[in-house]
Design a protein around this ligand. Structure first.
Ligand SMILES: [Ca+2]
Ligand SMILES: [Ca+2]
Length: 112
């Protein structure tokens, strides 16, 4: 239990951007720019994009839906990159992105 907690804590620190390296910043930039190029800017554009990615319309984006979207949008990122972004956006660590998490992630409000 204690070890689990410690691992989770380390993970959180990582996700809070404390251990972010330039490559990871670059990954996020590529993702944001690609989405913006597809019209996902501003609240309305991002909301529309979220609905497109949410394939089964359960109001959350799963890891599978997320990686599928990256493929569909032809974003040049590896599977590891996609996992990194997904984890970065998933603030409450429930393995899904709700709209709020997605919005904050895409708009770059990661460290607030
Ligand atoms: Ca979904
Ligand atoms: Ca979540």
């Amino acid at each position: 239990m204690l070890r689990e907690f410690k691992e989770k804590w380390t993970h959180q620190l990582f996700l809070k951007g404390k251990l972010i390296n330039p490559r990871q910043t670059e990954i996020l930039e590529i993702f944001r720019k690609s989405l913006a190029n597809r019209g996902a800017y501003g609240i309305i554009g991002i909301a529309r994009c979220f609905r497109v990615i949410d394939n089964n319309m359960d109001k959350t984006v799963s890891a599978t839906e997320f990686s599928q979207a990256v493929k569909d949008f032809k974003i040049q990122l590896t599977a590891d990159d996609v996992t990194f972004i997904f984890n970065q956006f998933d603030r409450n660590k429930d393995g899904r992105l709700d709209y709020d998490e997605f919005l904050r992630g895409v708009r770059g409000e990661m460290n607030s």
